[in-house]
Structure formats: C-alpha cells, structure tokens
Write a protein that binds this ligand. Structure first.
Ligand SMILES: Nc1nc2c([nH]c(=O)n2[C@H]2C[C@H](O)[C@@H](COP(=O)(O)OP(=O)(O)OP(=O)(O)O)O2)c(=O)[nH]1
Ligand SMILES: [Mg+2]
Length: 137
C-alpha cells in the first residue's frame, strides 16, 4: 500500500552568526503551528519568489534587518515529513547584515553558541541542522 501523497513545502531559513560565533534562534509565537519551539528565522517561499529573495523578505519582516543576497551562503538542508506536509528547508549562513536585529513577530530571540543549541526545544525537522552547526561552524 502506498502512502498518501503529501505536498512538499519549501521554507527558507538562516543561521545568522554574530562576531562571537553565536547563532540567532527565535521562539515561535502563540497561535502558530509549533508554538513555543525555537526556530531559525525564515519562512515559506511564495509563488514567483526565488529562495534567496524570500529569505531576504522574511528577515526584513521578522527581524527588521537588510541582507544582501551575496551574504547568504547555502549550508545544509532539512527534509522532514510532518503529518500533513513534507518540509524541504535549505538553511543558509549569514554573517553580515545591516540594521539592528529586532523582535517583530516572535515570542523571543536568543543568540546561542552552536554547542548550546540543543538546550532549546526546536521542531523535529531542525535536529540534523543543529548537529551540522555544532560540528561545522
Ligand atoms: N522558519 C522556520 N520554519 C521552520 C523551522 N523548522 C520547521 O520545522 N519549520 C517549519 C514550521 C512551519 O511549518 C514552516 C514555516 O512556516 P511559517 O508559518 O513560519 O512561515 P512564514 O514565516 O512564511 O509565516 P506565515 O506568514 O506563513 O505565518 O516551517 C525553522 O527552523 N525555521
Ligand atoms: Mg517565519
């Protein structure tokens, strides 16, 4: 018997890295799926957008910062089957942006050393990403 087909949803996310090598994570707000869990900033790619454009838009909406496309380095990706969709999520690295990181849409923000990321509950799709950051950053 074959499984019911699930839509694949493309979500782009970023590990913003500060001068001390800490990574920004953000807590999903009440009322959204996976509320209370910590995520990498980003969001769904909308029709007609390139992934990098979508990420630049999301970083402006969510954090109030401006990122140059040349400063987004593809890193690793998550591929995870949720109950109702399959998540495909490239994670970029970014060490340069302009503006001040501001909490606009999340419940909280935290700058965290890669080896401490596992202290924060994250969506199941993110576990491999945390391991890559810890091992490769
Ligand atoms: N941004 C982000 N999303 C993640 C991560 N891990 C993970 O499973 N997701 C999932 C949660 C959501 O199902 C989806 C992102 O969707 P979202 O609802 O936050 O998208 P969005 O920012 O475009 O927000 P919205 O306008 O649709 O409300 O990806 C992660 O680390 N970062
Ligand atoms: Mg988002």
């Amino acid at each position: 018997m074959s499984e019911a087909p699930l839509p694949t949803v493309l979500v782009v996310a970023v590990a913003l890295i500060d001068v001390d090598g800490r990574v920004l994570i953000a807590q999903r707000p009440e009322g959204k799926a996976l509320a209370g869990l910590w995520e990498f900033p980003g969001g769904k790619v909308e029709p007609g957008e390139r992934p990098e454009q979508a990420l630049i838009r999301e970083l402006n909406e969510e954090l109030g910062i401006d990122v140059n496309e040349a400063c987004l380095a593809p890193f690793v990706f998550a591929s995870h089957a949720y109950e109702s969709f399959h998540l495909l999520m490239p994670l970029y690295l970014c060490r340069r942006w302009s503006g001040v990181v501001t909490k606009r849409e999340h419940a909280a923000l935290a700058w965290v050393k890669p080896n401490k990321l596992s202290d924060y509950p994250m969506p199941p799709a993110d576990a491999p990403l945390v391991a890559w950051l810890r091992d490769l950053l």
